[in-house]
Design a protein around this ligand. Structure first.
Ligand code: 2M8
Length: 435
């Protein structure tokens, strides 16, 4: 059974400390996810950071998103990493020398990766605007970001509809944000890894090897990324070995299109196309990715058309989609409260089924509980009126954070922090919960 984490700080202290983490991790134009492990700008981290930063410095939260979108590619993709030229190119692997983005067609002048991450940016932009509408309007924040967000969503909904079923596909586990999730094991098993001696990992300088993906995982990640790079990151030309319709990415795209409808209304544009796109993707999500036997959403292999029978936290995040059929909402909430995720009993929401034989309490996205996914699940619970469960999840997040260090992820059984300390989205989302 999970052990309670002692609450050692008051919430006022917690908010102050969280703000200090964001101040310390700010680098003039953006926030690094972690001072040690991730010294550049990451795409969905910046969106999560913006949700908290808006409470203490709305202007900075705007700049955070603007910096990311300054690195947008001509095809609309928002890169998953924007490299800071002031940081040693070898501080993070794979760094700019590996990705070689500036040689690719349509890439920005700043060095970036060629991959993407889940689209949390439009809801973040909308939230940032609402934190200080006057300053946002004065700076033309939404007007400037809106066409860029639209191009980003268009890229996902068209170039990335690799299965032709109206869902966006990810072409690399890193694109899910849940790198070594067990949901990718099956499609990844078909990929021949690059040999371990052909690359040098930097992450192991800053984190325990048992907390991180394995060398075999990295061999496959690099194999896929190399092939994409060698085809100029052009989706139509790359013979993808991995293409998966991820329920979390698609659900977040629905939520993002709904945020776009609000932004459009605010700036006097037509919200209708956004409502239409949201409805279309939500329909495909429900039809193609909900698995009634599992009581959760599951990914689908876009290359084989087969569902992947693996339930992870990514399979319950679609709760964030408003207007789901009631039987689906109830089934997903039952799954969350049952033995697989033990909501209100475990600390936050485990990234993988607690009862799975290959569940690991410490290995990254194969078990540990993360603050960003817990925050998204809480949003989903609120969306469907499960206020008491949302309240309990909030309490669990604050209690776990208060036990120290704003860690990257925690063991769901005892709440003990793991991975990097002073992690930006942990601090940011805690701040958001306190407001
Ligand atoms: C982790 O992913 C990076 C690769 O993008 C890594 O392991 O080096 C993931 O947790 C991802 O979701 C996150 O955005 C990134 C930075 O925090 O770290």
């Amino acid at each position: 059974r999970p052990h309670p984490v002692p609450l050692v700080e008051t919430h006022a202290d917690l908010g102050h400390q969280a703000g200090q983490v964001l101040v310390d991790n700010w680098r003039d134009t953006h926030t690094v996810p972690s001072d040690t492990l991730y010294p550049h700008q990451w795409s969905w981290d910046s969106a999560f950071v913006a949700f908290g930063l808006r409470h203490i410095c709305p202007r900075r939260a705007q700049v955070e998103l603007e910096t990311l979108f300054d690195a947008q590619w001509a095809d609309g993709r928002v890169p998953h990493i924007v490299f800071d030229p002031r940081v040693d190119a070898d501080a993070y692997f794979p760094g700019p020398k590996f990705w070689q983005s500036s040689g690719a067609p349509g890439a920005p002048t700043v060095e970036t990766s060629g991959l993407i991450q889940p689209p949390v940016h439009a809801p973040a932009a909308w939230a940032v605007h609402r934190a200080d509408p006057e300053e946002s309007t004065r700076r033309g924040f939404l007007e400037r970001l809106y066409p860029r967000l639209a191009a980003w969503h268009r890229y996902l909904a068209t170039d990335r509809d690799l299965g032709g079923r109206g869902l966006a596909a990810i072409v690399h586990p890193w694109e899910s944000g849940m790198d070594n999730s067990p949901a990718w094991d099956l499609p990844l098993s078909r990929v021949e890894p690059l040999p371990g001696h052909s690359f040098v990992r930097r992450d192991l300088h800053h984190a325990a090897p048992a907390d991180r993906p394995t060398d075999a995982d990295y061999g496959r990640y690099l194999k896929l990324a190399t092939r994409y790079r060698d085809h100029g990151y052009r989706d139509a030309d790359t013979p993808h070995e991995f293409a998966v319709e991820d329920p979390c990415t698609n659900a977040l795209l629905v939520a993002a299109e709904l945020a776009m409808a609000r932004i459009a209304e605010e700036i006097g544009a037509d919200p209708t196309p956004h409502h239409d796109t949201a409805a279309r993707i939500a329909g495909a999500l429900v039809r193609l990715l909900f698995d009634p036997a599992m009581g959760a959403f599951v990914p689908r292999d876009a290359l084989t058309g087969e569902r992947i029978a693996s339930v992870t936290v990514g399979g319950v995040i679609p709760l964030i989609v408003p207007g789901l059929p009631e039987e689906i909402t109830e089934a997903v909430v039952d799954t969350l409260c049952g033995p697989w995720f033990r909501l209100t009993d475990a600390h936050m929401v485990p990234s993988y089924r607690l009862t799975a034989p290959d569940y690991s309490p410490r290995r990254y996205w194969r078990g540990p509980a993360w603050y960003n996914t817990a925050w998204l699940v809480r949003e989903g619970l609120l969306t469907h009126g499960y206020d008491n469960l949302a309240q309990a999840l909030r309490a669990s997040m604050l209690e776990t954070a208060a036990s120290g260090g704003f860690r990257e992820y925690v063991d769901p059984w005892n709440g003990r922090g793991r991975g990097s300390g002073r992690f930006s989205w942990t601090a940011s989302l805690v701040l958001d919960l306190l407001r």
